[in-house]
Ligand binder design. Structure first.
Ligand code: PLP
Length: 284
């Protein structure tokens, strides 16, 4: 596999980053994951906008223009022959030469890393036909979940807890209400209304979430942006999650309780279709 490191395209085992890099010792880094369908990038503009938002929130310098990022993404897609898959992009605050809590001088070069993951048939994931099962667990992450940092240990722990309980993923709960999934935004559908938590520092502002809510409104579906409880979710007609890699994924079980009929619901199924159609059309 060819990867990108600070302007160079290298075989993956030649791409080396310092052990003093703040991404490594401080999780001082942000990332984006963009999906590739048919060799094209899905919602690339959305991911670039959020990358900048994350960097601004952390006073990080943006090392490349959108065009340069686009070129690098396309170059990796071509070099690695990616038809369907993901492109991971990470920017760290770079290598200050030693370990220190204070940020290094602003002119410290950031570290920019990109790599691809080939996922043939990504849009035909059989899980979308069956739906996934989630458990609920407490949300013990930090208070700026709107910044897409690489601090992913708590979501990993929650995912492991889900797997240990025979489920696919976890929904995180704070003050009795669902924030989001470990790596996706969470939704329920009740009486035809799509309900998902409002944007704040409590959740990641999903790029897929923004697109799906826009498509839902265009399709005259009712949308309510508010928090919901796990009990409300168990009692809903449908549940689903969204992310750049899962698109719209139906949730059919929460803490062992079937949601609705226990099969993917009509709203989630329809939104998945619309999302895939529209984003393929707009892919770059
Ligand atoms: N919420 C969290 C915590 C995530 O990690 C992700 C994606 O990785 C999402 C939501 C979904 O965001 P997006 O649709 O931009 O992939």
């Amino acid at each position: 596999r060819t990867v990108y490191l600070n302007g160079d395209y290298l075989p993956e085992d030649e791409a080396k980053v310092s052990i003093f890099d703040r991404g490594f010792v401080m999780a001082d880094a942000i990332y984006e994951v963009t999906s590739v369908l048919g060799g094209k990038l899905i919602d690339f503009g959305g991911h670039m906008a959020r990358l900048k938002r994350s960097m601004d929130a952390l006073d990080m310098q943006n090392p490349l223009s959108d065009d340069e990022f686009l070129t690098a993404h396309r170059e990796l897609v071509t070099r690695n022959g990616i038809e369907d898959g993901l492109i991971y992009l990470q920017v760290t605050r770079g290598n200050p030469g030693d370990r220190d809590f204070a940020y290094p001088p602003a002119d410290t070069a950031p570290t920019v890393v990109m790599f691809t993951q080939s996922k043939p048939g990504l849009a035909d994931n059989p899980a979308a036909k069956q739906g996934i099962r989630v458990i609920s667990t407490e949300d013990l992450r930090w208070g700026r979940r709107d910044i897409k940092t690489v601090q992913l240990l708590y979501p990993s722990m929650a995912k492991m807890e889900a797997k240990a309980k025979g489920a696919d993923d976890a929904w995180l709960v704070e003050d009795g209400r669902v924030t989001e999934g470990t790596s996706n935004n969470a939704y329920i559908v009740k009486g035809g209304t799509i309900i998902t938590r409002e944007l704040s520092h409590d959740i990641l502002h999903g790029i897929t979430r923004a697109a799906v809510l826009r498509f839902a409104k265009e399709a005259q579906m009712k949308v309510e942006e508010r928090a919901f409880t796990i009990d409300e979710a168990k009692d809903a007609d449908e549940a689903f999650v969204t992310s750049a890699s899962a698109f719209v994924m139906p949730v059919v079980e929460i803490d062992g309780v079937s949601v609705g009929q226990g099969t993917p619901g009509p709203a989630a199924t329809r939104l998945r279709e619309i999302y895939l159609d529209e984003s393929r059309k707009a892919a770059v």
